[in-house]
Design a binder for this molecule. Structure first.
Ligand SMILES: [Zn+2]
Length: 372
């Protein structure tokens, strides 16, 4: 099952009171990490420093966490469907959660007082529901995908009339007219089935697959509401395999995400340019968050930066060590970007994680659209 907000909230609600929580994200994508050994080596690389540090500090719970995680990964993962893995453990509380994902996640190991759910949040924010309508002149198939997982499928067949046993009563032209009328009816059925599918399941985007002349005709028959949600027309045969369809959706989705990133970053650039409604760069964004002015936080995937956090008043900034607000001594934090994302989520801001967007990188890899 794809990860959803309620599962994330449940995870985030766990507090390791007697010992910290270890959170592991691992890319187990068989397309890039071909051998099981490649996955194990990647895991070893991120686990080693954590194990050494916590062993020295006598954190036996954390050491037990990473042992259990390694044993889990070595035990074998069904990588035909799983491309990303998130494991959460707090051995002192016998807390253990496994989240299998159909999309890869960047490798990461975090030890903190709560489960580190930022990657899961980003996943939910980034992925929308995609429906696929595969159609030719007799068949229609509907698929629903979320986060790379197939959630539902339906099939519908309208057989074309057979004219080989009509005793020759119909002329060739009449047969052609009958067949064309039946095909038109079928395509209208297909368009109606797509709308019914939307009423039942709900989706954000529709992908039409089939021969060009067929998809063009179906597009005209689509409910206006679905036409607005049409993300792409793809040349794929109606009998394509589930994996071929999944791949087609992934390609369309990547394009939709890029386009969405471009729009939001353009809004940010414009707001920053006119000096109203936008903040760019880590310090400016942190200040806007502390002032609770952020509507949408926009951050470049993989961006991390060290900074400072005040234990007394929760001020977060890039410069230490004295808190500018309450003058208390601040603590160094490995990654204040994570603090910013968590703060944004806690304030119910939208969070957009952009991939390879050069305009965002130029603005400091982080920005915010402001409420006022
Ligand atoms: Zn302070």
């Amino acid at each position: 099952m794809p990860i959803n907000e309620s599962r994330i909230r449940d995870l985030a609600g766990f507090k390791g009171e007697d010992a910290p929580v270890t959170s592991l994200y691992l890319d187990v994508d068989g397309r890039t990490r071909i051998r099981a050994r490649d996955v194990e080596l990647a895991l070893e690389r991120i686990v080693r420093p954590v194990r050494e540090r916590h062993h020295q500090e006598g954190q036996t719970s954390v050491c037990a966490d990473v042992d259990r995680m390694e044993a889990y990964v070595r035990g074998g993962i069904d990588r035909s469907h799983v491309r990303g893995l998130a494991l959460f453990s707090c051995s002192a509380h016998d807390f253990w959660e496994v989240v299998e994902l159909a999309v890869p996640v960047p490798d990461r190991l975090v030890v903190n007082h709560t489960p580190y759910v930022r990657e899961l949040e980003a996943l939910v924010a980034r992925h929308e529901r995609f429906a696929v309508l595969l159609v030719d002149r007799q068949r229609a198939r509907l698929f629903l995908f979320l986060q790379g997982e197939l959630l539902d499928k339906q099939e519908q067949i309208d057989l074309l009339p057979r004219h080989d046993d009509d005793g020759g009563q119909l002329g060739k032209d009449q047969v052609a007219v009958h067949t064309a009328a039946a095909a038109h009816r079928h395509l209208r059925h297909a368009a109606a089935a797509a709308f019914a599918f939307h009423q039942e399941q709900g989706f954000d985007h529709l992908v039409l697959c089939g021969p060009d002349d067929v998809t063009a005709e179906v597009e005209r028959d689509l409910h206006a509401y679905l036409r607005e949600r049409l993300a792409a027309r793809v040349h794929l045969p109606v009998q394509a395999s589930d994996d071929e369809i999944r791949q087609a959706v992934e390609d369309v989705e990547a394009g939709v995400e890029r386009a969405r990133d471009v729009v939001i970053v353009a809004r940010l650039r414009q707001a920053v340019g006119v000096g109203a409604g936008g903040a760019a760069g880590l310090q400016a964004v942190l200040e806007a968050l502390l002032a609770r002015r952020v509507d949408t936080l926009i951050v470049s995937e993989g961006y991390e930066a060290p900074g400072w956090r005040c234990p007394a008043c929760a001020w977060v900034g890039t410069l230490g060590r004295q808190c500018p607000l309450c003058a208390a001594g601040m603590e160094a934090v490995d990654d204040v970007v994570e603090e910013a994302v968590e703060e944004a989520l806690a304030q119910a801001c939208r969070v957009a994680v952009c991939r390879d967007n050069a305009d965002l990188d130029v603005m400091g890899r982080i920005g915010a659209l402001l409420r006022y």
